[in-house]
Design a protein around this ligand. Sequence first.
Ligand code: ADP
Ligand code: MG
Length: 724
Amino acid sequence: MSNKARQQAIRDVEAYVPPAVSFIDSEAPGEVFGENVFNQVVMQKRLPKSVYKSVTATIEHGAMLDPAVADAVASAMKDWALEKGATHYAHVFYPLTGLTAEKHDSFFEPIGDGTALAEFAGKTLTQGEPDASSFPNGGLRNTFEARGYTGWDVTSPAYVLENPNGNTLCIPTVFVSMTGEALDHKTPLLRSQQAMGTHAERILTLFGHTDPEHVVSYCGPEQEYFLVDRHFFLARPDLLNAGRTLFGAKPPKGQEFDDHYFGAIPERVLGFMMDTERELFKLGIPAKTRHNEVAPGQFEIAPMFEKANLAADHQQLLMTTFKTIAKKHGMECLFHEKPFQGVNGSGKHVNFSLGNSQVGSVFVPGDTPHENAQFLVFCAGVIRAVHTYAGLLRASVASATNDHRLGANEAPPAIISIFLGDQLADVFEQIAKGPATSSKGKGKMVIGVDTLPVLPTDPGDRNRTSPFAFTGNRFEFRAPGSMQSVAGPMTTINTIMADSLDYMATYLEAAVAEGTDFDQAVQTLLTEIINEHGSVVFNGDGYADAWPIEAEKRGLANLKTTLDALPELITEPAMELFEKYKVFNHREMHSRYEIGLEQYTLTIGVEARLTLELGTTVVLPAAVRHQTELALNIGALKAAGVETDTSTLDVVSAPLAELRAALVVLKDALDDDGHHEALAEAEHARNALLPAMSAVRAAADTLEEIVADDLWALPTYQEMLFIL
Ligand code: ADP
Ligand code: MG
């Protein structure tokens, strides 16, 4: 990279004209919703009645799919897709890299007379065999049985993805090994959904809902992201290859003014948002809110909540769409949890609830939650689950990239606790001592201006520092990282909820069978749970220094890094839990653990090599040139007999020496490859590579503030964050 890269990027950014976004009427977002989705409306029109009924039973009530219907669905799907201009179909799956994978095949098969016919049999729809042996499998596949199979997920509708080079029919699928073990994010989510539903229905039955509808989990993910001009992005090999800046001094003006948060959205970004929204609408993704986030260049989108499995697929599709459309607008969309050191990172808040169309969300408290026993039982279930399996929740969000964010006083700390809000906390405090007799009501906010309406205050108020918060009609898990799939956290939430609901249903069913008064049994159960698990409830400031100390006293774990969290997956109780609810067997748990370690090591390895390369080939030469110029200048001045201050030379020479030394240490750490076990390798990455990278960066960032601007090749934080 020449030292002109940055200057050229700045000129290119200045000259860049973003594409105009104008919507012709027929393409207004409202009109196009679901246009490219093979949804139930389309199916009802195109499928024979009996087939449609059978498919709907699977989608809505979780019934087993009748294999006989596949041919009929495949044929209708193919005709529909061809009409939409599709030439290929793809089984889309979600391997444990966290990305989305697709295997494309042509619809058209030669029929021997020189022509080709569009073929798409039920068999092709339901099962695929991608040659995908290089996806991480954590030992689940030996090379001789390296095949992985994809299987149609009827509950997530197929869609047509548009592309200037031809459209593709995309079919969401699970990805499993020959022996049926999960190699992806979707399979366990579906399994956990089933387990949670079964036990939630037992609770509803106890509360008098005869034959309750299938209970599902709903998820509404809030996605934070950064946009940077692509010219700058391309001039930053670290952003390009690692997704985050490995160098960069803090800008003179950071986010301290808070002037970006909810500020006016820049015109160019608005164009991008309108464009993405329209594309998401076509794909049936209910994108709803959009606003600026805390950091400059940071934004958020929150689609409306959907069934968790669908929300997870849509979330993945949203990320792909954002990436593609950002490019079209001359920008790069960054999903990394911490693209810029010292600037707020990005999360993906997982809002979730349980329910069905009969009862809505089971977490709706009503005006007097202390009288709403069913609501209290489900909430107690959450309290018990989060307390008992806090380590698993922490492990479900563990990654090298999210480590930069958790506990950095901008995202919840790594200590998993629950925020209940004033009203609910008060109700549970009463329950701890016996029956609850009152609920703090909604207050009224008096603004003091006669023309303004009196606003109700929300008893389920907000606390943004809690990793797990009750937010009025749902819970919000705030620890997930912006880059990760929501399927992982949702799988854990479903499974630990299945365990709590199972426990409570068993307790209550036994009490009823023994003739105990039901209300009395509920009361006793709630009191027992809050007394045993109430220590996980924390309504205070999660960023305060006192909290980790207090948390330790309460016996709550503080699993700071990924390597502290991942072993939670292979503890005996964790493996028993997932096995009991048929979400993961022991082999699958071990494979997830291994893959977690492997991904961690790979991520840090790439970053370390990039740090070494950029430090050596970009930062060091710039600093040396600067030093040489200064030295020549001082020499020339001395020769001319001009009095001169040589300390300016020391100012650059000292950090330059530090940089050189740090690069040697980093290189040695990278060359030290004597760690063969996955855990030892990961520990080496954490204990040797990360500190060595930090030392290189510290010296380089000092140099950035000293070296002549025209010699500095990397676009600065100032430029990347504030020019859009
Ligand atoms: P906030 O920023 O106040 O947390 P947002 O409006 O940004 O809220 O996002 C809230 C998210 O929660 C949205 O995705 C929304 O669809 C989702 N949500 C709302 N109600 C529920 C619910 N009952 N279950 C699951 N998710 C929900
Ligand atoms: Mg939000």
